[in-house]
Design a protein around this ligand. Structure first.
Ligand code: GDP
Ligand code: MG
Length: 239
């Protein structure tokens, strides 16, 4: 009550990290367009997709109309580091592994560490929201290599001291069948809203782009690779 009401419209940058082949692009496409192609196609060029959604802030009950800007890697995760422009200004991070691929699970710590390093946060990432997605849950159970309990233990350790107060939320998903995809992104967006609210109080210079059109409108944006590297955070190039 004491402080000014925050703006009701936000743009939030979400990024998806994990080994090549775990299904990052497929998850993004499933969430954004409710599609799954099943073709392997390393993303060419760098881009993000935008999606308008309404998020209920669990702390205040306020409904926020937000534009999610979901950034996918351009396949560089195989060869090189992604570059600071990809990480910069992220409001929340989805870490993805393949439940049938132990190596992709073991690499989560590296992805998390690399992100924290690139954005200049301390080792524990105490103030940053992550969500963990174990993907390809539609595959036969006999091909599973990472059991749920093991992933939950990792989430407990990695979430220690987090401002979200507890384990990193974990979802087992399928981009193929859509299982849990909506729920995982909703959690990601909700944590991003909470995080952005907090940060904005500390950094009042941050501006938020107005949300155009209705809540349910979905836009597809593809950026050229040069503008990708120039793209700063919270620009107005969306919508
Ligand atoms: P990325 O490299 O992390 O972006 O992974 P992609 O989205 O390109 O997916 C890599 C491969 O895994 C593709 O052949 C996808 O069709 C497949 N794939 C992605 N998600 C799933 C899933 O949930 N279930 C199954 N069975 N295959 C998936
Ligand atoms: Mg990809």
């Amino acid at each position: 009550a004491g402080r000014a009401a925050p703006p009701k419209k936000h743009m939030l940058k979400l990024i998806i990290l994990g080994d090549s082949g775990v299904g990052k692009t497929s998850l993004m496409n499933r969430y954004h367009s409710n599609k799954f192609t099943g073709q392997y196609k390393a993303t060419i060029g760098a881009d993000f997709l935008s999606k308008h959604v309404s998020i209920t802030d669990p702390q205040t009950g306020a409904v926020r109309s937000v534009t999610l800007q979901i950034w996918d890697t351009a396949g560089q995760e195989r060869f090189q580091s992604l570059g600071v422009a990809f990480y910069r200004g992220a409001d929340a991070v989805a870490l993805v592994y393949d439940v049938g691929d132990t190596k992709s699970f073991d690499n989560l710590e590296n992805w998390r560490g690399e992100f924290l390093k690139q954005v200049g946060l301390d080792e524990r990432g105490a103030n940053f929201p992550f969500v963990l997605l174990g993907n390809k849950i539609d595959r036969p159970e006999s091909e599973r290599r990472v059991d749920r309990r093991r992933a939950e233990e990792w989430c407990e350790k990695a979430g220690l001291g987090g401002e979200m107060g507890g384990p990193i939320p974990h979802f087992e998903t399928s981009a193929k069948t859509a299982e849990n995809v909506e729920g995982a992104f909703l959690e990601l967006a909700t944590l991003a809203v909470i995080h952005a609210e907090k940060n904005r109080q500390e950094e009042p210079m941050l501006s938020y782009a107005p949300v155009a059109g209705s809540d349910r409108r979905v836009d597809l944006h593809r950026q050229g690779s040069s503008s990708y590297y120039d793209n700063g955070y919270r620009g107005n190039d969306c919508c």
